[in-house]
Design a protein around this ligand. Structure first.
Ligand code: UP5
Ligand code: MG
Length: 195
């Protein structure tokens, strides 16, 4: 049966695993809309009139997770605004509360195709973020924030990936090797438009 619902691919993995880099490539090649939850939160926080800016910035710096109602609203608005049907949702859901909030507000209105899991060792993740931090201007690309981001990832996000795995939704990708080698791995996952 063909689904007429929008398709969603969740993209998860540690800080600096390469989610954003690969999503940009998949989006270009397969016509998905790339929505990074982190980018949407940073954009919202940067608005001069945002009442949520301070709270979002605190969470980002501390590597903690922004309340799901905020993130879900930003994602839903971006999906609506795009007018498109295939979405890569990068960096969400990050904990059980995110999963519950998404189910409540979006739930069956979309078809969750799969979860791309970028599996990358901690040392590589940290090294990439610190390197990027030299020029990124991100308030969380420093050693103190990275320690907290890694703890949050291990304690809160890994269990979510395990949960999706039990539902047979997870496609694991070795994210520690080079960018081009990894890109070829998507071809076998039957993303919409992939051949
Ligand atoms: N790079 C990438 N791939 C490489 C490769 N194969 N070889 C060598 N270098 C590679 O890549 C990171 C860096 O590594 C880049 O410089 C890249 O060139 C290089 P990137 O593609 O940016 O990795 P990504 O996995 O996207 O890393 P990011 O730092 O964005 O991941 P996070 O999950 O930590 O950050 P995000 O922006 O998603 O979230 C930030 C914060 O927002 C969270 O900590 C949290 O506080 C908050 N947040 C929420 O609260 N809720 C959400 O739903 C989402 C975010
Ligand atoms: Mg990213």
């Amino acid at each position: 049966m063909t689904s007429t619902k929008p398709n969603v691919v969740f993209v998860l993995g540690g800080p600096g695993a390469g989610k954003g880099t690969q999503c940009a490539r998949i989006a270009e090649k397969y016509g998905y809309v790339h929505l990074s939850a982190g980018d949407l939160l940073r954009e919202e926080a940067a608005k001069p009139d945002s009442s949520l800016g301070k709270e979002i910035n605190e969470h980002i710096k501390n590597g903690s997770i922004v309340p799901v109602a905020v993130t879900c609203k930003l994602l839903e608005n971006a999906m609506k605004k795009s007018g498109k049907e295939n979405f890569l949702i990068d960096g969400f859901p990050r904990n059980q509360d995110n999963v519950n909030g998404w189910k409540e507000s979006v739930g069956d209105r979309v078809n969750v195709q799969c979860v791309l899991f970028f599996d990358c060792d901690e040392q590589t993740c940290v090294a990439r973020c610190l390197e990027r931090g030299k020029a990124s201007g991100r308030t969380d690309d420093n050693e103190a924030s990275l320690k907290k981001r890694i703890v949050t990832y291990n304690d809160s996000t890994r269990p979510v990936i395990q949960l999706f795995d039990k539902e047979n939704l997870v496609k694991r990708i070795d994210a520690s090797n080079d960018v081009d080698k990894r890109f070829g791995e998507f071809l076998k996952y039957g993303l919409k438009g992939a051949v």
